[in-house]
Design a protein around this ligand. Structure first.
Ligand code: HEM
Length: 373
């Protein structure tokens, strides 16, 4: 079957080879009762365990309940396989204010991200108390899962914002071919991958002793909705496009090299004495060697939200990256990119989120966030 196991040491949907489709949602908690929040997380976990295995959200399903009640599954995934569905939960900084007595449990690593140069963030599509990332090979299956979680949450949470994505922009396993983003470049070549066991331990998973014990085996997720100025990009020369990333467009090879996975040469100079990979090239600025060894596990998706009323495509990259500590990983990398990246002329960050994704659900008696209650 194409079902991804739901229970385990880590949540699925992080190192799981990236599926093709995304429905990401951020909720605000509306109940003021901690017990109601815990109850909801239990109900959500049970529904997630069923849906990721190809089942319906509730025991009676779309048509098996009493006719006088709304069905406990919405029905649009009836007959569809599990489609590699993963559901990954994360808790935002705002959940740890005084409402639920959780302030003392807030990990230091969940500190609000700084404002980066060029940020054009819209608060109504940023942040949130709880996020759920649904990834699947079939968009109908991903949408079904989020829709049913929102339905179950009625009266206790409300949807703050959500985002659909298609076409993964990263590979998270060496068994996957590198996909392309909407700028036409291979994306995910130098990503952290499932097979990098040692780096995953050092750079991805929170270890016991890192801070809050409830986060052990978990990871921090940064989301950034990054709009691309597609029409401007499409009028830019191939040479300039390649210099912006520091890789060629066909193979994805580092400039001056032949094959995609050849190591990047940051020292080589051209005939004019200029670095072959420019000082403001994206891969130079984002590379671990420029950031004190910091890696990210990128897991983003392309998005197109139609057009913007001015005839321009409303499109870009819904960037998602997992890491052990954003203060040492995403923040310094993004600071450097925001200041110097030659890509900035063609992109705009319009939404931002930071979520603490706890370790995996162990078994049917465990639930999302149990260690917090
Ligand atoms: C590498 C595209 C935003 C971090 C790359 C590559 C491309 C790319 C084409 C080269 C292939 C690869 O190794 O994956 C983009 C686009 C972006 C974007 C189109 C915005 C629309 C970001 C942001 C960050 C980031 C916001 C983090 C703050 C990285 C890292 C690498 C990379 C860490 C690998 C560098 C290396 O080790 O060689 N990106 N990226 N990117 N990007 Fe981005």
């Amino acid at each position: 079957s194409d079902a991804v196991p739901f229970y385990g040491e880590h949540q699925a949907g992080i190192v799981t080879p990236a599926q093709d489709r995304l429905h990401f949602v951020s909720f605000d908690v509306t109940t003021e009762k901690k017990a109601e929040l815990a109850e909801l997380l239990q109900e959500w976990t049970a529904a997630a365990a069923r849906m990721t295995q190809g089942g319906e959200a509730g025991a009676f399903g779309a048509v098996g309940g009493i006719p006088e009640a709304p069905p406990d599954d919405t029905g649009e995934a009836l007959g569809l396989p599990a489609s590699g569905l993963t559901l990954t939960v994360g808790f935002g900084e705002s959940l740890f204010d005084d409402r639920f007595g959780l302030a003392a449990r807030r990990p230091a690593a969940l500190a609000p991200l700084p404002k980066f140069p060029g940020d054009a963030l819209l608060p109504e599509i940023s942040g949130g108390d709880i996020c759920v990332q649904a990834c699947a090979h079939d968009p109908q299956v991903a949408v079904h899962a989020i829709r049913n979680l929102a339905r179950i949450g009625f009266g206790r949470v409300s949807v703050r914002w959500s985002q659909l994505g298609f076409g993964r922009t990263s590979s998270t396993s060496r068994a996957q071919a590198t996909p392309r983003n909407l700028m036409g470049f291979k994306d995910g070549t130098n990503n952290l991958k499932l097979e990098d066991a040692k780096l995953l331990r050092e750079q991805l998973w929170v270890a016991p002793g890192d801070g809050q014990d409830w986060m052990a085996g978990g990871s921090y997720l940064v989301t950034r909705k990054i709009r691309m100025m597609i029409e401007t990009w499409d009028r830019t020369s191939l040479l300039e496009q390649e210099q912006i990333f520091g890789r060629n467009k066909g193979e994805g090879a580092p400039l001056g090299k032949k094959a995609e996975f050849d190591p990047i040469d940051f020292v080589a100079k051209d005939a004019a004495g200029e670095p072959v990979v420019k000082a403001d090239a994206h891969v130079r600025l984002a590379h671990p060697s420029s950031n004190g060894g910091a890696h990210l596990l990128r897991r983003g998706y392309n998005y197109v939200d139609g057009s913007d009323g001015l005839g321009r495509l409303d499109a870009g990259l819904f960037f998602m990256a997992y890491q052990r500590d954003p203060r040492r990983q995403f923040v310094p990398v993004q600071l450097s990119l925001a200041r110097k990246d030659s890509l900035n002329e063609y992109i705009k960050h319009v939404s931002s989120g930071l979520f603490a994704c706890p370790g995996g659900v162990k078994d049917a008696g465990d639930y999302w966030g149990r260690a917090l209650f």
